[in-house]
Design a protein around this ligand. Structure first.
Ligand code: MV4
Length: 497
């Protein structure tokens, strides 16, 4: 491969180009109106304008992108994540045009893109699965019967689903499953154009653990351990770490092997991620497979020393994996904090505007993957993630300490970000002790203005701040008011960050 086109934007486009350049491979960027001044456009060897700002008029125009590839003699296409990355037809068209799709086959994408077909594909591999149906439920009567058999609480899921869309919990028989099924089917229909739903036993407080795998075109597979991704809001991850604090060596090995079985079940080639739920008794269950490079891949790179993008490119060129499972050891600990343009203290409300001040943290154990420069506007058209702040340490505590230090160094003005939330997590006893699950945000973080769920250390600093401000005014400080009135708190945070 001599030249690849990156069918993406922002931080992931840059991330991919960096590895390509290290390999002596030339890069082509594509860009929309909103991204004319983006770093990924300047960084590439060649850049091509593809259309208006809306994704549907630019980054999702598969045929146009393939035409550009042909004109510029491109050998391979890297789709990044999102956009066309899990579009089976696009993958197929790239390959049919005589280029490499740097990712799995359209067959793998298709099978794993539908949850029911994924479940059926892995059936013969003895992969642990949550008790439930393996076919679409056709009518409400059938749904009620099945729910009784499985036993409440149950979860209705959309087969084509993703991001929690079309998902409904039904706590008990008395809550009436019919209404929830109708809602789930309607939601699935409008979101995916497919109203097929199925039912599973609801696992009440799971941890979300995913396994990174790599496969080549010769049937060889390895697993690159796990990422713990339980800290998320609205089914969007915010903090990820590797390794997970709860996996024993034995459990890690078992999950790794099962992840490879899932990959084998769909003839997977390249980098992929197998998602599991881990219940409070350490039982794990297959959820789904993501057939792309994931946002949080850097934490795996830091603990294994592997450049996943380089491996993707090598595998796409037909090279055999250069290592076997025994070659891999976990070294140290890594944490990723996703910095979104959102107001942590206003229900994670997306914010737009100009990055008037943007100073990245630096120093030992700090990696920042971003796609914006100071002075740029954050466009409204795409995902609101500004950057990924990733820290590495020889152990978990050092990774946490470095994250706290890096968050303090990070200076962003002009836009609200999730930096305050990430700082909150790093200081929270539940996170520090490793004792958390997918309900962390709901349980511990009050993202509304009246934050009465602060930790003692946070209350102390809040109090100190309020006290200092009021000493000058010589007024009596009301402790409770200082907690209720969040505006001081918020202003201070915005300034320090
Ligand atoms: C579940 C579950 C509990 N029980 N399935 C959420 C998104 C989709 N990928 C699967 N999800 C879940 N499936 C059963 N049978 C809980 C979740 C879930 C979740 C999973 C991973 C990370 C965060 C989550 C937050 C809420 C619910």
């Amino acid at each position: 491969m001599k030249k690849i086109l990156i069918a993406n934007r922002g931080e992931i486009a840059l991330r991919i180009m960096r590895s390509a350049h290290e390999m002596g491979i030339k890069t082509v960027a594509v860009y929309s109106d909103a991204d004319r001044k983006s770093p990924h456009v300047r960084y590439a060897n060649e850049s091509v304008y593809i259309g208006q700002s809306e994704s549907s008029k630019s980054y999702l125009l598969g045929d146009k992108i393939i035409e550009i590839c042909k004109q510029l003699n491109v050998d391979g296409v890297h789709p990044g994540y999102g956009f066309l990355s899990e579009n089976a037809e696009f993958a197929e068209r790239v390959e049919k045009s005589g280029m490499s799709f740097i990712g799995p086959s359209s067959y793998s994408i298709k099978i794993m893109g539908d949850k029911l077909s994924a479940k059926n594909a892995v059936k013969d591999y003895n992969v642990p699965m949550i008790e439930g149906t393996d076919k679409a439920i056709l009518n409400l009567e059938e749904g009620r019967k099945i729910a009784l058999q499985i036993g409440y609480p149950i979860l209705i899921k959309a087969s084509a689903g993703g991001g929690g869309k079309g998902m409904r919990i039904v706590e008990s028989l008395e809550h009436g499953i019919e209404e929830q099924m109708k809602l789930a089917m309607n939601e699935a229909q409008s979101a995916f154009g497919n109203n097929s739903v199925f039912i599973e036993k609801y696992i009440s407080s799971p941890r979300h653990i995913e396994i990174q795998i790599m496969g080549d075109k010769h049937g060889n597979y390895v697993y690159l351990f796990e990422r713990e991704c339980s800290i998320q809001r609205r089914h969007q991850k915010v903090i990820e770490e590797a390794p997970s604090v709860v996996l024993s060596e034995e459990l890690r090995k078992q999950m790794g092997k099962k992840a490879i079985d899932v990959a084998r079940a769909c003839n997977y080639v390249g980098a992929g991620t197998v998602e599991f739920l881990l219940d409070s008794k350490n039982n794990f269950y297959f959820l789904e497979m993501n057939t792309r490079l994931q946002v949080e891949h850097p934490v795996t790179e830091l603990i294994t020393g592997i450049d996943l993008v380089k491996e993707q490119i090598k595998v796409a060129m037909g090279q055999k994996l250069e290592y076997t499972q025994q070659d891999f050891k976990i070294k140290g600990h890594a944490i990723e904090a996703r910095i979104y343009a959102e107001d942590s203290y206003n229900n994670f409300m997306p914010d737009i505007g100009n990055l008037t001040v943007y100073k990245r943290p630096q120093g030992a154990g700090v990696r920042v993957d971003d796609g914006y420069d100071e002075g740029m506007d954050i466009p409204i058209y795409y995902d609101s993630m500004i950057s990924k702040l990733v820290t590495y340490g020889s152990n978990r505590q050092e990774a946490i300490d470095r994250m706290k230090r890096a968050i303090k160094e990070y200076k962003i003005s002009g836009i609200e970000t999730t930096l305050p939330f990430c700082e909150f997590v790093m200081n929270h006893d539940s996170f520090v002790s490793g004792n958390y699950d997918t309900h962390f945000v709901k349980k511990h973080f009050n993202s509304k203005a009246n934050n009465t769920d602060l930790q003692s250390s946070e209350i102390a600093s809040l109090f100190a701040l309020h006290y200092i401000e009021n000493v000058n005014k010589k007024t009596k400080t009301n402790f409770n008011d200082s907690i209720k009135n969040n505006s001081n708190w918020k202003q201070n945070r915005t300034k320090t960050n």
